[in-house]
Design a protein around this ligand. Structure first.
Ligand code: PMP
Length: 465
C-alpha cells in the first residue's frame, strides 16, 4: 500500500518522544528531559523487549506456529507479550503477582492473555511464587516457550538498539545522565550499553524502590536472603538479581520511597500533563533529588525514562482514597501540634532535634547555624528554659551595618521567646499564632519542638498534591 501505512501495531514500536520537564524542573540550570516510553503500543517500553524476545525465539526455532508464550511478569512485560502473541497468533499465559493493579490484569485479559495471579510476598524459590509457577507451566505445556525476560539477552539488546540509540540521537549526543527504573534491569542495561559505545563517561543511574536489593549489590554489601519486598511502586525492584542486569554499566543505584515516587507521579500529571506510572515518578523523584545535591549546570543533560502509562493506576496512584489508606496523602484537619511535629520529624531530610543557642553564643555562630540548617529563627535556651529568640532578619540587619557585631552574644539581639503551645493544640491555633509570629514552640513528650510557617506551607502543599 502507498503512503505511510504500517503492517501492524508492532511497526509502531519505538521512536518515542523526548520532552523537556520544564515545570517540575523549574529553577534547575541543567536540561531535564523525559523519554516517553509510555507512548509505545501497549503503553510501556516493555513491548520493545517482548518483540525482540519473540523474534529471537522464532528465528532459533524455539517458538513455532500455534505455540504458547509464557511469562512471569510484573504486568507490563506480560501485556507486551500478549500484544505480540495476539498479532502473531500465539496463545499467551501470564503469571503475575497480587501486587499488580487491577487495571494491569484487566488489560492482560483484554489482549486475550490467560492470567494466573500468585502471592508477591513469597521468596522466588517458593513453589507458589510467580517465577516457580511460570517455569512449571513451561515444562508441562507442550509447544510452550518461557520468555524469561530476567535472563533473556534479547531483553537488554532491544533497549541497546532501540531506546539507548534513540536517546543518543534525540539529544544530539548531549546526554550526560540517564535515570532509569530497574525491574529486570533490561532497559537500563541496554541504554547504558548503547550510550557507552559513544561515551563511557555518560552516567546511567538505576532507580529502585526503598528497601530494594540492587543498591546493596552495587555497593557490594551482603544481601539478606529473607527480605520480602513490601513496596507499592509497581514494576521496579525484584527479590533477586536478574541475569540481564549488568550493574557494572550503572554509575549508581538510588532508592526512592513509595511516597516520593507516587507524589511525584501525581505532580507529573498535574504540572507536565504526563500521565505515567509510579516507577516513572520514582525516576523523576530520584533525578530531582540528585539535582538538589549535585547542582548540575547547563552542560548537564538528564534523561528520565518514563516507563509506562498512568491509566494502569487510576484506581491507585490517582485515586485519593487509595492514597489516603496507604498514608501517602494526608487527611486534612483534625491534626494537633504534636502530630504535626511527629510528621515533620519523620521526613527524610528532617533536622533531628530543635536547634537552639545559649544567650552567650556569638552572632557568628548563630549566623552559621541559620545558614547551615536554612532556618529563620533560633530559640535562645538557658538551663532548659527558653528566654528569647534570635531572628535571621535582625542578625543580618545588624551585621550589615556593623561587621564587628559578629563577636556580640545572642543575648544582645534576642527578641522575646516564641509562643508555646501544648501538643494537643489544634492546627487552627497554630495557624492563628503563625499570623503574628514566625514560629511556635511545642512542648512534646520528647522535649521542645518547633513549627514554622515554612513547615505549615510544606504540609498544606502536600495535602493539595
Ligand atoms: N517500570 C515499570 C512500570 C515496569 O513495568 C518495568 C518492567 N518491569 C520497569 C519500570 C523496568 O523495566 P526493566 O524490566 O527493563 O528493568
Amino acid at each position: 500500500m502507498q503512503g505511510q501505512t504500517s503492517q501492524s501495531i508492532l511497526d509502531a514500536i519505538g521512536n518515542t518522544p523526548m520532552v523537556r520537564l520544564g515545570r517540575i524542573g523549574a529553577g534547575l540550570q541543567c536540561n531535564l528531559l523525559a523519554k516517553l516510553e509510555l507512548h509505545n503500543p501497549g503503553g510501556s517500553g516493555k513491548i520493545r523487549s517482548a518483540l525482540a524476545m519473540v523474534a529471537e525465539a522464532e528465528r532459533t526455532g524455539r517458538l513455532r506456529a500455534g505455540g504458547t508464550l509464557i511469562e512471569a511478569s510484573s504486568g507490563n512485560a506480560g501485556i507486551a507479550l500478549a500484544i505480540v502473541a495476539a498479532v502473531r497468533g500465539y496463545r499467551c499465559i501470564c503469571v503475575t503477582t497480587d501486587r499488580q493493579s487491577p487495571e494491569k490484569i484487566a488489560t492482560l485479559k483484554a489482549f486475550g492473555a490467560e492470567v494466573i495471579v500468585c502471592p508477591a510476598a513469597v521468596r522466588p524459590e517458593d513453589p507458589r511464587s510467580h517465577h516457580s509457577v511460570a517455569w512449571r507451566l513451561a515444562e508441562e505445556i507442550p509447544g510452550s516457550w518461557f520468555a524469561h525476560q530476567h535472563g533473556n539477552p534479547a531483553n537488554p539488546d532491544a533497549h541497546r538498539t532501540g531506546t539507548g540509540t534513540e536517546i543518543w540521537k534525540q539529544t544530539a549526543g548531549r546526554v550526560t545522565h540517564v535515570f532509569c527504573g530497574l525491574g529486570t534491569g533490561g532497559t537500563a542495561t541496554g541504554i547504558a550499553r548503547a550510550l557507552h559505545e559513544h561515551d563511557p563517561a555518560i552516567q546511567v543511574i538505576g532507580v529502585e524502590p526503598a528497601g530494594g536489593l540492587y543498591g546493596e549489590f552495587k555497593r557490594g554489601n551482603p544481601v539478606p536472603r529473607d527480605r520480602i519486598p513490601t513496596h507499592l511502586t509497581e514494576g521496579i525492584g525484584e527479590d533477586m538479581l536478574p541475569e540481564v542486569l549488568d550493574l557494572e554499566e550503572l554509575a549508581e543505584v538510588i532508592a526512592v520511597p513509595d511516597r516520593d515516587a507516587l507524589l511525584t507521579t501525581r505532580r507529573l500529571a498535574r504540572t507536565e500533563g504526563i500521565l505515567c506510572g509510579g516507577s516513572s515518578g520514582a525516576v523523576v523523584a530520584a533525578a530531582l533529588r540528585w539535582c538538589q545535591s549535585h547542582r548540575p549546570g547547563p552542560d548537564t543533560t538528564i534523561v528520565c525514562v518514563l516507563h509506562d502509562t498512568g491509566t494502569r493506576y487510576l484506581s491507585r496512584i490517582f485515586n485519593d482514597e487509595w492514597m489516603k489508606e496507604n498514608r501517602f496523602v494526608e487527611e486534612r484537619g483534625g491534626q494537633t501540634a504534636g502530630e504535626l511535629c511527629a510528621r515533620k520529624r519523620a521526613e527524610p531530610d528532617a533536622i533531628p532535634g530543635l536547634i537552639s543557642v545559649s544567650p552567650h553564643s556569638l552572632l557568628l555562630e548563630v549566623l552559621e547555624l541559620l545558614r547551615q540548617h536554612e532556618v529563620s529563627q533560633i530559640p535562645v535556651v538557658e538551663q532548659g528554659r527558653v528566654i528569647g529568640t534570635v531572628k535571621e532578619d535582625r542578625v543580618v540587619h545588624l551585621l550589615i551595618r556593623d561587621p564587628e557585631a559578629k563577636g556580640r552574644p545572642a543575648r544582645d539581639v534576642m527578641d522575646p521567646p516564641l509562643p508555646e503551645v501544648e501538643p494537643g493544640a489544634s492546627i487552627e491555633t497554630v495557624s492563628d499564632l503563625l499570623r503574628e509570629q514566625p514560629a511556635v514552640l511545642v512542648r512534646t513528650r520528647d522535649g521542645l519542638d518547633i513549627l514554622t510557617k515554612a513547615d505549615l506551607v510544606r504540609m498544606i502543599a502536600r495535602w493539595a498534591t
